[in-house]
Design a protein around this ligand. Structure first.
Ligand code: SF4
Length: 452
C-alpha cells in the first residue's frame, strides 16, 4: 500500500481555494425549523457550530471524533469503558462524523446507531473468530486496487479512507494501514487494465469511501473510466448519504451527472438514519439522474427484527431509494458480536414478503468466503414439486396447488387459432407453421387448446 499522507488532504478534502459546498436546502430549512427529524442531537452536541460549518462536509471531515477521550465528551463512558476502548482502538481505530454522532442517543448503551459507530470491547475479545479477508479480495486483485472476479465487472478500490469507520466493516483489516489513496500511477495501471479487457462492462468505484476524494480528483478518474467504450455503467459504493449527507452537494451531483449512466449504492441500516438531511442528499442524486440503491448489512441489535427492517425499507421507498440487498454480516474478525444466525435474515424476509410491497423487500444474500460470490437465500415457499404440480405456501401460510406447465414443449407447439379470425392470423405464420403434435387438447368454440 502506498502511503502518501502529505497529499491526502488535497486529494480528499480538496484544495483550500475550492468553493465550500455552498448553501443547500439544508441550510435554509435549518433556519426555519427545529431539528425535528433532522440529526436529532445536533443542537445538544453541536449547538455552537454555525450553520455554514454544519452544512460543510469538509468541516465534518476535519472534525471527526477519532479518540476515546473526544468520544467521552458526548457519550458518557465509565473509566473501565474508556480503558477497554483505548485497547480496542489500537487495533481497530475509531472515526465518527459529528453528523452521525448527533444521531446517537447517548443515554442508551444499546442504541442501534451507537452500535455501528462506537467500538466495543467484544471486537478484540472475540477476534479469534472470523477471517481477516473473508471475501479473498486480495487474491482477485489483478493490479493494486483493482479486483476482477466476475467476467463483466471490476472493482476499483481508490482509497481506504472513510468518513466513519463502521464497526461491522468487511475491510476492517485495512484500518491499521492508516489512510492511503491510490497514486496517479496506480490509477493509470487500473485504467489500462480496464481498457485492455473489453469484457468489463460494469465498473464499481469503491473504497474505503471514494467520495472522500475531492470532487475534482474524482472527476479526473470517472471521466477516464467513462471514455472506455466498452464500460457501459459505473457504480459508486458510498456511505456518505448516511454518515455525512452534506457531501452530496450540488457540485458533486453536477459533476456526476456528466458521466452517466452512474448508479450509486449506499448503506442505510436503520430507519433513524433516514433523516431529512439524508433524504435531501438522495433527492439531489436522483434529480441528477443517479439512481440510488441501498445495501444493508444485517446486524445484531441494530436491524435484526422484521419491524425494524420494515420501517427501514418502507422509509427508503419514501425517499425513492430502492432496498436492493440485505447482506448477512461477513465473517470478519472483530465483528462476531454483531453477526446474526442466517435464519434471522430468512425470517425477516419471510416477515416482509407479502406484508409490504415487493419493492420494499431486499434480496437477502450471503457473500461466500474465498470469493465464492453472493448466494441469495429466501424462505422456502415450495413444499413439494413434481413435473405435474407444485405445492406452494403463501405469505399467510396457506397451501395451494399450482399446475406445473408441461416441460416437454406442448406450449410452443400446441396453440393454434381456429375459425375465421384464426385463419387470418395463421396465414401470417407462413413458413413458421406450427406443428400440432399428439396434443391432449380439447376443441372449444374458436381455439384449439391443450389442457393437461
Ligand atoms: S463506509 Fe463501508 S468501507 Fe467504510 S467503514 Fe463503513 S462499511 Fe467499511
Amino acid at each position: 500500500m502506498t502511503k502518501i499522507a502529505t497529499t491526502i488532504e488535497s486529494q480528499t478534502l480538496g484544495e483550500k481555494e475550492e468553493e465550500p459546498p455552498g448553501k443547500s436546502a439544508i441550510h435554509s430549512s435549518l433556519e426555519e425549523e427545529p431539528p425535528g427529524n433532522r440529526a436529532s442531537n445536533r443542537y445538544r452536541f453541536f449547538g455552537h457550530i454555525s450553520d455554514s460549518n454544519w452544512n460543510d462536509w469538509k468541516w465534518h471531515f476535519r472534525n471527526r471524533i477519532t479518540t476515546v477521550d473526544r468520544l467521552n465528551e458526548y457519550i458518557p463512558l465509565s473509566v473501565e469503558d474508556r480503558a477497554q476502548l483505548r485497547l480496542v482502538t489500537i487495533r481497530y481505530p475509531i472515526s465518527v462524523t459529528p453528523y452521525y454522532l448527533s444521531l446517537i442517543n447517548p443515554d442508551d448503551p444499546d442504541d442501534p446507531i451507537r452500535k455501528q459507530a462506537v467500538p466495543s470491547v467484544l471486537e478484540i475479545t472475540m477476534s479469534s473468530m472470523g477471517l481477516e479477508d473473508p471475501l479473498a479480495e486480495k487474491e482477485d486483485s489483478v493490479v493494486p486496487g483493482l479486483v476482477h472476479r466476475y467476467p463483466d465487472r471490476a472493482l476499483m478500490v481508490l482509497t481506504d479512507i472513510c468518513p466513519m469507520l463502521c464497526r461491522h466493516c468487511t475491510r476492517k483489516r485495512e484500518w491499521q494501514h492508516g489512510g492511503w489513496v491510490r497514486t496517479n500511477n496506480e490509477i493509470e495501471a487500473m485504467l489500462e487494465y480496464l481498457r485492455r479487457n473489453d469484457s468489463i462492462r460494469d465498473v464499481i468505484i469503491s473504497g474505503g469511501d471514494p467520495l472522500t476524494l475531492s470532487t475534482r480528483h474524482l472527476e479526473s478518474i470517472i471521466s477516464k473510466v467513462r471514455r472506455i467504450r466498452h464500460v457501459e455503467i459505473i457504480r459508486i459504493g458510498t456511505r456518505f448519504p448516511v454518515v455525512l449527507p452534506q457531501r452530496i452537494d450540488n457540485e458533486l451531483c453536477d459533476m456526476l451527472s456528466k458521466y452517466g449512466p452512474i448508479w450509486l449504492n449506499t448503506h442505510f441500516n436503520h430507519p433513524r438514519e433516514i433523516t431529512l438531511e439524508a433524504a435531501e442528499a438522495c433527492d439531489r442524486l436522483l434529480r441528477s439522474g443517479i439512481p440510488v440503491n441501498n445495501q444493508s448489512v444485517l446486524l445484531r441489535g441494530v436491524n435484526d427484527t422484521v419491524e425494524t427492517m420494515l420501517r427501514l425499507c418502507q422509509g427508503l421507498l419514501r425517499i425513492k431509494v430502492r432496498p436492493y440487498y440485505l447482506f448477512q454480516c461477513d465473517e470478519v474478525q472483530g465483528t462476531e458480536h454483531l453477526r446474526t444466525p442466517v435464519e434471522a435474515g430468512i425470517k425477516i424476509i419471510e416477515g416482509m414478503r407479502g406484508h409490504t410491497s415487493g419493492l420494499a423487500v431486499p434480496t437477502f444474500v450471503v457473500d461466500l468466503p474465498q470469493g465464492g460470490g453472493k448466494v441469495p437465500l429466501q424462505p422456502n415457499y415450495v413444499l413439494s414439486q413434481t413435473e405435474e404440480e407444485l405445492l406452494l405456501k403463501n405469505y399467510k401460510g396457506h397451501v395451494f396447488r399450482y399446475r406445473n406447465p408441461n416441460q416437454r414443449g406442448y406450449v410452443e407447439e400446441a396453440v393454434v387459432i381456429a375459425g375465421p379470425a384464426g385463419n387470418a392470423i395463421n396465414g401470417l405464420l407462413i413458413g413458421t407453421k406450427p406443428k400440432l403434435k399428439k396434443s391432449r387438447g380439447t376443441i372449444d368454440a374458436d381455439r384449439v387448446v391443450v389442457r393437461s
